[in-house]
Design a protein around this ligand. Structure first.
Ligand SMILES: *Cc1c(COP(=O)(O)O)cnc(C)c1O
Length: 405
């Protein structure tokens, strides 16, 4: 049966969405992982309005503007100390494309040929061609399979597999332009999590082999993992970093790829052919920069940082409750992200059916939760109220313990 049911949403405020019929839904997935401070935030709105009525847009080739400069300075201050330059684009996929082009051309500019890239199995880096190439191949990428470039896929690091992974990398290191990875949490792959220590060790090894590293923080950046960036939990520094999603507080699209001085210098030349020819019409949109600056103001407030820690604690306690049920498996948490596999005993266990059924059950209870297959995850905006978290936990437990799912 082919069905298409789209729920018209007319309004959003804080953690709530309101549909045309006046129903209220708790947005427990931060509207596909973007919303940081809740919907229709008035502080961000004011800052964006100010910018819209001051300078809404200007060509970014040969020109610059204060919001872009300020955002670059403020962001770089928060990132690993080796991150020195900012490249603006307009979504997560383009941030990844730029990062890949930087690393491939870095070799090219030195007269080297490095055509291979390493990526994690089950990774997701976006929907454009380069991003698809470095993501897990599947149903979504099948029509383009023959047109995607060569990637060496490795397992997420654990103390058990590191030695083997290092061997695979060492065998190809001469040809490898870069290693791209989602640090700590692989979002679209099913909220799969790995520890910081083996990832740091893998990064250290890549550094010693002369392999550039692209850390894709499009999803995990801006507090999701409990620290401002996943980078704050790692002992090694990447060469390139990608940001989007929560960058503008989730209010509008913008992408950023940052890099080291060393990378930048390989392009900075009077010789035109060495330049990174990549620019979008809305590169460094002043209004998106203004939204990002406003979002950073809110994120860095002590009350928000405290809230992130509280969500983390609430999740941890709920995880213990989940552990007592028989139908929640592989319960996992990193910071404000909690996920588990929903084991179903009834006939709905067929993943797609379970996914639909759970989505509908929760919507009926006024909660927007959108499982990926049988993986249920909770990812609230930081403005979430304690009682709304409790309500969500309670509804999950009730459904888990009921016999009709
Ligand atoms: C969502 C996502 C992207 C792609 O971002 P878009 O803005 O949707 O293009 C890239 N990398 C990761 C880790 C993501 O979660």
């Amino acid at each position: 049966m082919k069905t298409s049911k789209h729920i018209p949403i007319v309004r959003g405020k804080d953690a709530y969405l309101f549909d045309m019929a006046g129903n209220r839904y708790l947005d427990m997935v931060s509207s596909w992982w973007v919303t940081l401070h809740g919907h229709s935030n008035s502080y961000i709105a004011e800052k964006v309005y100010e910018q819209l009525t001051t300078l809404e847009q200007v060509i970014f080739a040969g020109f610059t503007h204060e919001p872009a400069i300020k955002l670059s300075e403020r962001l770089l201050n928060l990132l690993p100390s080796n991150q020195k330059k900012v490249f603006y684009s307009d979504n997560g996929s383009t941030a990844v494309e730029v990062a890949l082009k930087m690393c491939i051309q870095y070799a090219f500019n030195q007269g080297l040929k490095k055509n291979k890239i390493i990526a994690f199995k089950n990774g997701y880096h976006g929907d454009t061609f380069g991003a698809m190439s470095v993501s897990e191949r599947g149903t979504w990428t099948a029509p383009f399979a023959e047109m995607l470039f060569d990637v060496i896929f490795i397992d997420i690091p654990s103390s058990e597999n590191l030695a083997e992974t290092k061997k695979i990398i060492a065998k190809h290191s001469e040809e490898i332009a870069c290693f791209i990875y989602e640090p700590l949490v692989q979002g679209a792959g099913g909220m799969l999590m790995h520890d910081a220590a083996p990832l740091s060790e893998l990064m250290k090894f890549c550094r010693s082999e002369g392999i550039l590293m692209i850390q894709d923080e499009v999803f995990v950046g801006f507090g999701r993992t409990g620290t401002l960036f996943a980078a704050d939990q790692l002992t090694e520094q990447p060469d390139v970093m990608c940001f989007s999603k929560g960058l503008t507080g989730g209010t509008m699209p913008m992408g950023i790829s940052t890099c080291t001085e060393e990378l930048y210098q390989a392009f900075y030349s009077d010789e035109k052919r060495l330049a990174l020819f990549h620019g979008h019409s809305f590169t460094a949109s002043p209004i998106a920069c203004a939204a990002s600056l406003a979002s950073l103001d809110l994120l860095l407030q002590e009350s928000t940082l405290k809230k992130i820690r509280e969500i983390e604690e609430f999740h941890a306690n709920f995880a213990l409750e989940l552990g007592k049920t028989k139908n929640a498996r592989n319960i996992r948490q990193t910071g404000t992200i909690l996920a588990f596999d929903w084991e179903s005993s009834s006939e709905t266990s067929y993943f797609n059916k379970l996914q639909e059924k759970l989505f509908e059950e929760f919507m009926d209870r006024g909660i927007l939760l959108r499982p990926m297959g049988n993986v249920l995850y909770i990812l609230p905006p930081y403005c979430i109220q304690e009682e709304d978290l409790r309500y969500t936990y309670q509804q999950i437990l009730e459904l888990l313990n009921s016999n009709n799912i």
